[in-house]
Design a protein around this ligand. Structure first.
Ligand code: IMP
Ligand code: MG
Length: 190
């Protein structure tokens, strides 16, 4: 289940933007906070027993994950993955390389892969394949945002924060050329 879209205008005085164009706020800090809290509650209820490893895909998930885990009321561990896709020509074949591989043992654990946004779904497809080979007890995806345009997703996204508009979004971890990750809201650049 995901919450509906809320739209707000961008505070023109936000010094974080340094005059750069951000069209509008799509999810403000309080909408995000409320949704992340209820996602945490959903996740708490979904995992009754066993070891839970929350695995954040860097860099985009860093803020979302840090807020989310504080709303999951059960024992868990946290680790991160760094993945890189090759250039555009290779990307369509779904070639993804792990630049940082979690040191934690995955076998026998519930793995919750946390992603900022699902767009084409190519990165996730390959990661799910790689992680599945480590024999986790279960493997689920939690994404803050989902554009619902991926046609070739092999694994459903179990937990979704918001159904996102088909626009380029920044803030709350999401970047454009490494900028805007620190915005406390999600905004559209288009
Ligand atoms: P996919 O493999 O096409 O699903 O790509 C997902 C990755 O692309 C995300 O983890 C983001 O890093 C990036 N991405 C996709 N859409 C957006 C967007 O609207 N804003 C910022 N980053 C995006
Ligand atoms: Mg990015």
């Amino acid at each position: 289940m995901s919450a509906s879209l809320t739209e707000h205008s961008v505070p023109s005085e936000d010094p974080r933007l340094d005059g750069r164009a951000v069209k509008r706020i799509v999810y403000d800090a309080s909408a995000i906070n409320a949704r992340v809290q209820s996602l945490g509650e959903e996740i708490t209820a979904a995992y009754p027993d066993g070891d839970l490893l929350v695995l954040g895909l860097l860099k985009g998930s860093f803020i979302f994950l840090s807020d989310l885990v504080r709303h999951i009321a059960r024992p868990l561990q946290v680790d991160f993955l760094v993945a890189s896709s090759y250039g555009d020509a290779m990307e369509s074949s779904g070639v993804v390389r792990l630049l940082y591989d979690p040191e934690t043992e995955l076998e026998g654990k519930h793995i919750l892969l946390v992603e900022d946004i699902v767009d084409s779904g190519r990165t996730l497809n390959r990661l799910i394949e790689l992680l599945g080979e480590r024999k986790p007890k279960s493997l689920e995806i939690c994404a803050l945002l989902h554009k619902h345009i991926a046609t070739e997703l092999h694994h459903p996204t179990r937990f979704i924060g918001f159904d996102a508009p088909h626009e380029f979004l920044v803030g709350y971890g999401l970047d454009h050329a490494e900028n805007f990750r620190h915005l406390p809201y999600v905004a559209s650049l288009q």
